[in-house]
Design a protein around this ligand. Sequence first.
Ligand code: SS9
Ligand code: ZN
Length: 343
Amino acid sequence: MITVFSPDHALHQSPGELIYSEFVPAFEKPERAALILARVKEVGLGEVRGPDVFPAEALTKIHAPGLVNLLMTAHEEWVAMGRTGAAYPYTWAARGMRADRVPKNLDGRLGFYGFDCGTPITATSWRAIKASADVALTGAEMISAGERAVFALCRPPGHHAGSDHFGGYCFLNNAALAAQKLLDDGARRVAILDVDYHHGNGTQQIFYRRNDVLVVNIHADPDEEYPYMLGFSDESGEAAGEGFNLNLPLPWGTQWPEWRAALETSIARVLAFGPDAVVVSLGVDTYKNDPISKFRLESEHFMVIGRMTANLMKPVLFVMEGGYAVAEIGVNAVNVLTGFDDS
Ligand code: SS9
Ligand code: ZN
């Protein structure tokens, strides 16, 4: 299968994140994409191409213009205020505060649109964020043009980013942008299957009231795990979207047999929906050695995930999300793709 990749991903480099009173090196780092690309080449997965460049309107079909504008300009404003380093929020919107009024002050706006302190904006972040979105949109365009499967090697990831919020190392929701593009190109229904260890809260929020995009998530139980405040099994969609959201939370320590059973359930739901295309939000942080996750999948299991996805017999766009066991990330991510291709 063809891989879409942009070297501009490396322009986003988080200086670090504050965890348990310590400022630690970022888990979401450029080596991740570099090692996945190296593995794509090593196994001869297929051609690697760059993205096309899409207009801002492709982004604002999914995201609030105020969010897009903040991502573009926050660091410039940060520097204009005499500050150095990356732009981090330090205050956040809570229930009872104004949601109808965007703060004027930069710190207010970072907190209004941001939802965690691990997702900083540097001087060159926007170029990487835009390139990542373009990679996903290009992949979608290729699926619309008749490709059976495409790998969008996105970085930074996207599934935690909602219509008007960024966080969880995510700025724009690459998978959601791709799904919307598939619909705009003529697909009647698109399913998003999110296999990242963390719940894709952004993707769920974006499509929660819609019935043209089915969102299915297999992830760590938010009672125990980030993002804590979304991803429970009783969230099934709202209004026209009722019944078009499926959450399959699993406990810390989940091993392959239980995870695989959740994938079987997901695949049955996707098939019942009857989509014209499927977007897989491909996180490999379900791996046993992932430094921030607590599932126990082994490298060989990623190949089975690819095989089971191929059994859907639908066009599939793989969009890279998380995975922080950097040494093994290439093997794990590409195992999914070779598993798909060999089926
Ligand atoms: C780790 C903090 C987790 C967010 C994780 C986002 C994963 C994106 N102790 N911070 S796939
Ligand atoms: Zn994740």
